[in-house]
Design a binder for this molecule. Structure first.
Ligand SMILES: [Zn+2]
Length: 510
């Protein structure tokens, strides 16, 4: 059997490459999953959905896929959360794994072949660390900490395409560090009192973050895997370190043939991060909107492009899905009509629509095969939908045998060619449309909600604020107090408070 030729952008080479798996017809796939210490945000959901997209697509083109996705269930953040919630770290991990799985289910994620956790792979982790020490790639520091020695791995930096010197310049060096090289990273760390710990040859402790993925990948997929996915924020240091660990242990290169990374998500043009305080959880999104709207919003843009999450993009996703389901509702009606008669004009019109179906099918296939261009594939579907609506609007076009066939083919393209890969368009149209009605009716309410309004507030940029403050100072110096006052009130109405002090004017967002 010949498989569909697929192009993927490989972060390792920085180029589009044709996918050739090590065993024909089989594909091993690893994706880094979440750390379970709280609800995931929609940026995490995007990563999970992109992994799901690849998984669905590889299967659709005929690969037998083994897909591993992990949960990081022991980590500083989990331990900290345990202190906050008065729970054991293991209870925190269990609680939030369940919560994450609820979100994943609502978002329609397929179950991976194996869902793995760090705490069930401690034995494998210890074996790998031991190997690295034996091979001279790791060393034991005071107190039983084990560190990876970057200088033992000459190709370090090959994934992020950075020189070691530049990488060192970019990190903060701790004065008290036991590291021989500032880039050396922890493989095993001794536990503090009350922290979860496991026995090891070096200390009672727990694994560092990066080693878990090397251990789980080799346990379930072997020393060398075909495709590894993650968000682009994981390229350095996490994935760089995975390569250093796995290749040092197995002596085989490359650890991963194709590295695929998805881009960030911004919230009203700002990068979403907990430290910026503008995090929108997947739960909020999925509860207020729906799994399918989330899938459309997060997958209709190419996985390597940024997505801005705003009221506007939510509405666009909703409109697009509505167009798909309205056409599907018409197609279902056409397919089920009881009285069918022949009409030569209709036959010829639907004949040309059938040719367009074939063209759309090919375009969808081409776009997916070309580095998962979901936006291109959807454009082909929408062009077909427009033609379907146009044809159907002809007074003589309905109730003919070829119209029935055309309707069947359109539904098949929606549900299979597009739907099986994107995971959209497969619901009963009446139900989907009813649900969009509900979301739309409450959309303005949702964005009136003070919480959401806060999240979506378009904030004045720092630059704009600085210019306004300077204009106010100039007005005051010119004794134009009315103008100065106007500027202050105007800033306040846009959510910026300013304060005058002897040292100058400071400002803050309300
Ligand atoms: Zn990982």
């Amino acid at each position: 059997m010949t498989l569909r030729a697929i192009q993927l952008t490989n972060t390792l080479s920085g180029k589009k490459e044709e996918l050739k798996t090590s065993q024909p017809g089989k594909l091993t796939f690893y994706s880094c999953g979440p750390t379970v210490y709280g609800l995931i945000h929609i940026g995490n959901l995007r990563s999970a959905l992109v992994a799901d997209l690849f998984f669905r697509y590889f299967q659709r083109v005929g690969y037998e896929v083994i897909y591993v996705r992990n949960y990081t269930d022991v980590d500083d953040k989990i331990i900290l959360k345990g202190h906050e919630e008065n729970l054991l770290a293991s209870e925190v991990a269990k609680k939030y794994t369940l919560e994450v799985e609820k979100d994943f289910a609502v978002a329609g994620l397929l179950e991976p072949t194996h869902k793995t956790t760090v705490t069930t792979h401690i034995e494998e982790i210890i074996v790998l660390i031991q190997k690295m020490i034996e091979h001279g790639n790791a060393y034991v520091a005071d107190g039983g900490e084990v560190l990876y020695s970057i200088s033992s791995f000459p190709t370090y930096g090959k994934l992020s395409h950075k020189r070691i010197d530049d990488l060192i310049a970019g990190i903060r060096v701790e004065v008290t560090s036991k590291k021989r090289n500032p880039l050396d990273f922890t493989l095993w760390k001794p536990a503090k009192l009350g922290e979860p710990s496991w026995d090891s040859p070096w200390s009672k402790g727990r694994p560092g973050w990066h080693i878990e993925c090397s251990a789980m990948a080799s346990r379930w997929l072997g020393d060398q895997i075909d495709v590894h996915h993650g968000g682009e924020d994981l390229i350095f240091p996490h994935h760089e370190n995975e390569i250093a660990q796995s290749e040092a242990c197995s002596g085989k290169e490359p650890f991963v043939k194709y590295w695929v990374h998805n881009a960030f998500l911004t919230l009203s043009k700002e990068k979403m991060s907990k430290s910026l305080g503008n995090v929108f959880t997947a739960r909020e999104f999925l509860t207020r909107f729906s799994g399918e709207v989330a899938r459309y919003l997060l997958l209709s843009v190419h996985y390597r492009s940024m997505i801005d999450f705003s009221l506007e993009t939510v509405e666009q996703a909703l409109n697009a899905l509505q167009r798909i389901y309205e056409a599907k509702a018409r197609a279902v009606e056409l397919k089920n009509q009881s009285r069918v008669r022949s009409d030569l004009r209709a036959e010829s019109m639907w004949g040309s629509f059938a040719a367009s179906c074939e063209k759309a099918r090919m375009e969808i296939d081409e776009n997916f095969a070309h580095d998962m261009n979901t936006a291109g594939a959807l454009a082909a579907l929408f062009s077909l939908i427009r033609e379907f609506n146009r044809t159907l609007a002809e007074p003589f076009a309905q109730a003919t045998p070829s119209a029935v066939l055309a309707a069947q083919e359109l539904i098949r393209i929606m549900e299979e060619e597009m739907g099986s890969v994107l995971g959209i368009g497969r619901l009963v149209p009446e139900n989907a449309l009813k649900d969009f009605g509900r979301i739309r009716a409450s959309l303005s309410d949702i964005f009136q909600d003070s919480y959401v309004k806060e999240k979506f507030r378009e904030r004045l940029s720092e630059n704009a604020i600085q210019i306004a403050i300077e204009a106010r100072i100039a007005a005051r110096n010119a004794k134009d107090f009315a103008k100065a006052d106007f500027i202050r009130k105007d800033l306040e109405s846009q959510g910026v408070l300013i304060q005058d002090a002897p040292t100058g004017t400071t400002w803050q967002y309300k």
